[in-house]
Every structure is written in C-alpha cells, then in structure tokens.
Design a protein around this ligand. Structure first.
Ligand code: PEP
Ligand code: MN
Length: 360
C-alpha cells in the first residue's frame, strides 16, 4: 500500500481547529437516550456522534444492541444537531443497512479487524464508497493485521480511511482494559503519516478516571482525534457502564487537554537539537555496552561448551534480575521497565550462547 495524500482529505475537509472528537454512547439504547446525549454534545468539541447498534459481545446472552431500529434515531441526531453519525459494522448485512440509512462514518471493531474474511466482505460491500471508514486495531497487537484491514479497504477504492487505536488485550492482569502498547500506533504513524489516527481512551482504560491521561498522551503523540464513549447516565448504561463519561465531563476533559505544536521552531528547536545530540551519544554508549556484554556472554558460552554445562542457569538469572531491579529503583527507573529490558538482554544472550554451543 502506497502512502498517499488521498487518505487525508476527509479530515481536512472538516476544517476543525481542534482534534476530531467522536463522542456518544457505547450502545444506542432508546431513541430518547440517543437524542438526549446528542443534544448535550451539540455545543461541545464533538462533531461526530457515535453509537453501537450491533454489539459484538465476548459471550452470548449479553445485550447485543438494539439493531437497525436505531438507525433512524441517528438520522434524527444528524438532522437536529448537525453532527456526523457513526456506527460499527461487522458484516455485509450491517453495511447494507448502514448505507441505506446514509450513515456518514462506518467503523470496523477490534473483533472484526482480526478476521480477514469479515474485513474483505465489508470492503467488497463498500467498494468505491465515499463514506468515511475507520479501522480499529485488532484485539491482538499485530500491526500487519491492522494494516492489512486498511489495505483491503484501500484496494476496494475506499479513499476516506482512518484508524482507531483502542489498545490490545493481554493475558496478564493490567490496570488497563486493553493495554495501549503505544509503539504500535507510533510505528503505524511512521509508515503512513497521512492516515488519520484516532485514539479511543474509553476501551483502553475500561474506567472513567484514566480517560483524560490517555487522551493527553495520544495528543502528545500527534493523534488526530479522540473517540470517547459518552452517556447521560453512565452508571445505568446497557454496555460498558464503567468507562462512559457524561457530556459535562467530556467538556471538562477537552478544556484541560493541551494540544501541542506538532513541530518545534526557533529557540525550542535549538534546545531540542542540542538535547537530541546528547541522546544520540548516550544511545551509542548503550549499544557499545550491549555489544561489550555480548562478547563476555560469548566467552561464558565457550566455557559452558567446553564443560558441557547447560546454557540457562536459573539461579544466576534470578540473582541478576533481583539485583538489577533493586539498582533500578535507586536510579529512578521503574523495576517493571528494567525487568522488561533485562529479559530482552537475557534472551539475546541465550541466543548468542546457543550459536556458540551448537555451532549454528
Ligand atoms: C465499541 O466501540 O463500542 C467497541 C465495541 O469497541 P471495540 O471494537 O474497540 O471493542
Ligand atoms: Mn463500548
């Protein structure tokens, strides 16, 4: 897929003087609920109204969305507030109904992006459309799969594309509902700088308190917009109650968020240039030190080979990890970060010793 300016036009056309804000409930519940939320959002930064109509649920038996009956409610939202309207589509039937209802923005959910058959079906059904289509990241942290989804749509002549970063599931218990793993959207941005990227702090956090912090990080990373689940009565929402915020809270968050200058200029640029030169020197030291460490590791590998000793020495590795984690804290580094780095260093060391021991 070529990086192309074509990606961008829809967002420029909106001529916003602030990041794009997509707000609205996780699910459309009743006509009254939808309209009440929309009217409260009318005079905020939100210019797109979202509502899930078909809800993919992890297990059967939960609330699976009210279905197509909600589409006319969204049309009323557009008519009465001037906001664009957005829904999630997950199959051919959804696409047909959404197009018939002239929905402005269609998005593919995380559970759809993981499935190339479903994405292709949607791409074929939307072929050549001038609707805006946004692709949420797949549940699992797989950049190729995410981009593959975008590519299928692009190949189907859909030009008004964008992506939504909603975090990734993890088998480990974390403080997030879906771990942000910022390095993935950062890499995506580097590869496709003209593809608008929107952050969804609601599904990353899974609670209300983290939304502002995650939104600020997204803006600091030059995301073009935010999708935030908003409800007039979050506690009683029919889905994702814990993470939805009121329109009033959305206004507060938008007031607090700082939009940075995308590029440094003048004095700031001089300062950054100097500091970046310092960073480059330090990065070189880190690389030299790692290379030096690997040389010693290889010598140890020779000794182990000579005496037929196994490569992994559990006790030694446990001691290293314990020591570096303690040392980390003294230096103002988090032990989790240092553990992560040292696990990678240890893995690389094992790989080097394998080469020595097996001769391959
Ligand atoms: C949603 O936006 O309500 C939703 C179901 O999100 P995701 O696909 O990110 O889980
Ligand atoms: Mn939701």
């Amino acid at each position: 897929m070529e990086n192309t300016k074509e990606f961008r036009t829809w967002l420029d056309d909106m001529q916003l003087d602030h990041p794009l804000v997509i707000a609205g409930p996780c699910s459309a519940e009743t006509e009254e609920q939808v309209l009440k939320i929309a009217h409260e959002l009318k005079n905020t930064d939100a210019t797109v109204f979202r509502a899930g109509v078909w809800k993919p649920r992890t297990r059967p038996g939960g609330f699976e969305g009210v279905g197509a009956v909600a589409l006319p409610w969204l049309q009323r939202v557009r008519k009465e507030t001037g906001m664009k309207i957005a829904v999630e589509v997950a199959n051919l039937a959804h696409v047909k109904l959404a197009l018939e209802a002239d929905i402005d923005i269609l998005w593919l959910g995380a559970r759809t992006t993981v499935n190339p058959f479903a994405v292709q079906e949607i791409a074929d059904a939307l072929n050549g459309t001038d609707k805006i289509v946004l692709v949420k990241n797949p549940i699992n942290p797989d950049l190729a799969l995410w981009l593959g989804g975008v590519e299928r749509l692009h190949t189907a002549n859909i030009k008004n594309l964008g992506v939504i970063h909603r975090g990734f599931s993890s088998y480990k218990k974390t403080s997030y509902r879906n771990v942000p793993q910022w390095q993935l959207p950062i890499e995506l941005k580097q590869r496709f700088p003209d593809l608008p990227i929107i952050n969804d702090p609601s599904h990353i956090c899974g609670n209300r308190t983290g939304i502002e912090g995650i939104s600020q990080i997204a803006l600091d990373l030059n995301f073009e917009g935010l999708m935030i689940e908003t409800h007039v009565d979050p506690d009683n929402a029919w889905s994702d109650a814990a993470q939805q915020i009121t329109p009033g809270r959305l206004v507060e968050i938008m007031d607090d968020l700082k939009v940075r200058e995308p590029k440094a200029e003048g004095e700031a640029l001089n300062q950054l240039t100097e500091l970046r030169a310092e960073i480059d020197v330090i990065d070189n030291h880190i690389l030299d030190t790692l290379a030096e460490r690997m040389k010693v590791v290889e010598k140890i590998g020779e000794v182990k080979k000579g005496k037929n000793i196994s490569i992994l020495q559990d006790d030694r590795w446990a001691t290293i990890l314990e020591t570096v984690k303690k040392e980390a804290v003294v230096r103002g580094l988090s032990d989790a970060f240092v553990e992560f780095i040292f696990k990678a260093i240890h893995q690389e060391s094992i790989n080097h010793q394998e080469t020595i021991v097996t001769g391959k």
